[in-house]
Ligand binder design. Structure first.
Ligand code: SAM
Length: 469
């Protein structure tokens, strides 16, 4: 295993301000896009329970447990004698740096938070690289003196121990930049929508563990991807979703989204919001309870209550409606009204012929070109998005509406800037292709290095076609 740099932040007595300083350093480094892991002492070999905003990862041996904090860094609890084991556990998450709180007697390089009177003691510490002092005192030769200010210490750590990360996006053979990753977290679902394309997954072989999801996100971020959308199956069925979202932000993803059927949203909205989620897509094919049940098998009330809970928290909601002939195409106005009433955005989606019965597709597919024309005439204004093939957003009586026409729009693929990862960890360059998969998870489970895994990602990107064929 490759070990990241590890540093001990130490002091000689409690109350020296070590913990506050450490928290500040973590906040700054994670904001800068570095993956930070913190190792703390633990009196017992406890496996800490998952609180509402923490996620208990997994027992890792007898002497360390890990917690993915909702603010996106990883905490490992360890007994001091087990520091090498704790670093080993932390390294499985591939952090850029491991910060150890305490561990004065370890052989790690140390940043010592000291009073000026303790400088003499400090110089006796093995491997001290910097003193953090509240007062301005004469520097000690060979040791950097830093003010008790997390920004200054974080900058010192970056310059001394971290290497700048690649942020230039990958580009495919047709000049399309790969800016986003759409990651399926599970194929389990609590609904059974008649139209579901299952994100183009045939028969997935199991699901990724949390650490595997995090590793793929980190690789994607290192390869310059800026946006991530979590899908499924139903992503809210995964208990670790909050931690995954928080980690994504900590990695520096600028835009983190989730697409959900909303059945569990009322219960989980607060936790997801606390993890940083600010926008989601909500699948809603009808606002008539009977029609909704006949399409999805679920209860419309759960979705409405989930939507209301999300909106109360200020989460931006885009309602996704797959339009089907004879089922909901004549009630688009009602959905429009509903979306407006709930201060949401609306996205009308053309039915895609994927994992569907041929007869089903032909019977229910509606070309939305006419609907788009009609909206264009009725809209107060039209805004072109700078991406997604400059897709238009029509503002109709204050409601933003988008039309997604993957089927009847010949230019759809030219605006594609994202790549998919299936729930069983395969890179899938095109939603519509089942025969073009790159087994990232297989590589992870075979112990591949980051560089080799990134190589696989790059192969997937260079296999992208100009359009679906
Ligand atoms: N369970 C989640 C949900 O309902 O949003 C995520 C999975 S669902 C497969 C993701 C998105 O795919 C939803 O927005 C849904 O409307 C869309 N979708 C599913 N089947 C489709 C199809 N045949 N054609 C077009 N869009 C489809």
């Amino acid at each position: 295993m490759q070990y990241p740099p590890a540093l001990a932040i130490v002091s000689f007595h409690s109350g020296a301000g070590k913990t506050t300083l450490l928290e500040g350093i973590i906040r700054i480094l994670t904001r800068m896009g570095y993956r930070v892991c913190v190792i703390k002492h633990s009196a017992h070999n406890e496996i800490r329970d998952s609180g509402k905003d923490t996620f208990k990862y997994r027992e890792a041996g007898a002497a360390a447990s890990t917690l993915l904090q909702s603010s996106g860094y990883l905490e490992v609890c360890s007994q001091s004698a087990d520091l090498p084991l704790a670093i080993d556990v932390a390294s499985r998450f591939n952090p850029d740096i491991v910060l150890c709180e305490g561990f004065k007697d370890s052989g790690l390089p140390k940043i010592a938070v000291v009073e000026s009177s303790e400088l003499g003691l400090g110089t006796q510490l093995q491997g001290v690289v910097a003193f953090v002092l509240k007062e301005d005192v004469a520097p000690v030769s060979g040791v950097t003196s830093l003010p008790h200010d997390p920004s200054a210490v974080a900058a010192f750590i970056e310059s001394r121990f971290l290497t700048p990360r690649r942020k230039v996006p990958l580009t495919d053979r047709y000049g399309r930049r790969i800016l986003g990753i759409r990651m399926s977290l599970t194929q389990r679902c609590n609904l059974n929508c008649v139209y579901c394309h299952h994100e183009g997954e045939g028969s997935p072989s199991g699901e990724m563990h949390t650490d595997e999801v995090l590793r793929i996100l980190r690789l994607a971020r290192d390869l310059g991807m800026r946006r991530v959308k979590f899908t499924g199956g139903e992503p809210l069925l995964r208990r670790d979703l909050g931690g995954i979202i928080a980690y994504s932000y900590a990695l520096g993803f600028e835009d983190v989204g989730v697409t959900t059927n909303g059945q569990l949203l009322r219960e989980r909205a607060l936790e997801l919001h606390e993890a940083g989620l600010r926008r989601l897509n909500l699948s809603l094919p009808s606002v008539d309870p009977t029609v909704y049940r006949s399409i999805t098998g679920g209860d419309l009330r759960n979705v409405v209550e989930g939507l209301e809970a999300a909106r109360r928290l200020g989460i931006h909601v885009k309602i996704n409606t797959v339009v089907m002939r004879g089922i909901n195409d004549s009630s688009i106005d009602t959905i429009l009204e509903f979306a407006r009433r709930h201060s949401s955005q609306l996205q009308l989606i053309e039915l895609e012929d994927l994992h569907l019965d041929k007869g089903f597709f032909e019977k229910y597919h509606v070309d939305l070109a006419q609907t788009e024309q009609m909206l264009s005439g009725a809209s107060d204004s039209v805004v072109e998005r700078g991406e997604m093939n400059r897709r238009r957003v029509y503002l109709v009586k204050g409601l933003p509406i988008e039309i997604v026409r993957p089927v009847s729009n010949p230019n759809f693929c030219t605006g594609c800037t994202r790549i998919r990862v299936t729930s069983d960890g395969k890179v899938k360059p095109c939603l519509m292709r089942d025969d073009l998969l790159f087994d990232l998870l297989g590589g992870i489970r075979s112990g591949w290095t980051d560089d080799r895994l990134k190589g696989l990602f790059m192969s997937a990107v260079s296999a992208r076609e100009p359009f679906y064929r």
